[in-house]
Design a protein around this ligand. Structure first.
Ligand code: ADP
Ligand code: MG
Length: 330
């Protein structure tokens, strides 16, 4: 049974960055306004996520890492129906099958917090009272310690750390009302350091720098079509002065960081046609649409989504981007 659990867990948590994404999404779900991440050895030795959210109640700790423990939902179909981003309560449980997980947490109004470690879905000990300030800190140590082959394929810690920095940079743009930091264990300097920003453009400036932010134009599409295609998109796209080697598309759908390769390709096509010299754009888009129009058609942990009316939505975005680029060119 434990082998089966471990293999299933290895599917949910594919690399260190997948663990970080799940932990940070939990922190966002907990209404945190500050989230900091510390990483050692590309995440294989240590991933530590600390937040100032609402914390976890003492009574919930025994079942915290059981599979399908979730305070929020039960149905897979409901994935996008909630303002929160969790699904199926599998993330923390999975981590305990492939790593050593320690939780320190305090809820509002308590004078002390609790600390408890988990292994294979269960608590290793009764929660111990401890000092704590506010919120939750989760430490994931020795990731994939029991999956030798996986560990071997993840030997390039710089690569995995880069993926984590990239993830947090993207999240920091969208959640401009939350401050994020990410650093290597023992490092003084943070590699992601975003304060709470008054706007998305400010957060883009603070994360990606002035040189990116100054070359961005706002785009918006709003479609209300009762026969089916209803969505709102707002975002920023780079102009002809922004020249880069590869396209960056930071895409949030219903406040969830996802990937949509069809949209990415469609945007690249417009740029290639209108701004051939700047054909690898920087694009941030946030799309909001009715929850039942979003489908994660493959595994729930995969970030690739497909949308109902996807072709129409992509075409509308494409033509809006094209108008913006042409106007800017004139
Ligand atoms: P899900 O997010 O789908 O509910 P998880 O396994 O990611 O499943 O988390 C299980 C539960 O643990 C969450 O529903 C939440 O109640 C609690 N939890 C996890 N992390 C935090 C956190 N940082 N702050 C508060 N509660 C948390
Ligand atoms: Mg979660």
């Amino acid at each position: 049974e434990s082998v089966v659990n471990r293999i299933a867990a290895g599917e949910v948590i594919q690399r260190p960055v997948s663990a970080v994404k799940e932990l940070v999404e939990n922190s966002l779900d907990a209404d945190s306004s500050s989230i900091s991440v510390v990483v050692k050895d590309g995440g294989l030795k240590l991933i530590q996520v600390s937040d100032d959210g609402h914390g976890i109640r003492r009574d919930d700790l025994p079942i915290l890492c059981e599979r399908h423990t979730t305070s929020k939902l039960t149905k897979y179909e409901d994935l996008f129906s909630l303002s929160s981003m969790g699904f199926r309560g599998e993330a923390l449980a999975s981590m305990t099958y492939v790593a050593h997980v320690t939780v320190t947490t305090i809820t509002k109004g308590q004078i002390h917090g609790y600390r408890v470690s988990y292994r294979d879905g269960v608590m290793e000990n009764e929660p111990k009272a401890c000092a704590a300030v506010k919120g939750t800190q989760i430490m994931v140590e020795n990731l994939f310690y029991n999956m030798t082959a996986r560990r071997k394929t993840l030997q390039n810690s710089a690569d995995d750390y880069g993926k984590i920095v990239d993830l947090l940079s993207r999240m920091a743009i969208h959640h401009n009302n939350v401050s994020f930091s990410c650093r290597k264990h023992g490092a003084v300097k943070a590699d992601v350091h975003s304060a709470v920003s008054p706007s998305r453009l400010d957060s883009i400036r603070s994360v990606y720098g002035v040189s990116v932010a100054k070359n961005l134009m706002k785009v918006e599409v709003s479609s209300c079509d009762p026969s089916g295609c209803t969505f709102d998109m707002e975002g920023f796209i780079s102009n002809s002065n922004y020249v880069a080697k590869k396209t960056i598309l930071v895409l949030f759908i219903n406040d969830r960081l996802v990937e949509c390769s069809a949209l990415k390709r469609a945007i690249e096509i417009v740029y290639a046609a209108t701004l051939p010299k700047a054909s690898k754009p920087f694009v941030y888009m946030s799309i909001i649409l009715p929850r039942e129009h979003v489908d994660i058609n493959i595994h729930p942990t995969k970030k690739e989504v497909s949308l109902l009316n996807q072709e129409i939505i992509i075409e509308m975005i494409q033509s809006e981007v094209e108008v913006k680029l042409r106007n800017a060119n004139d």
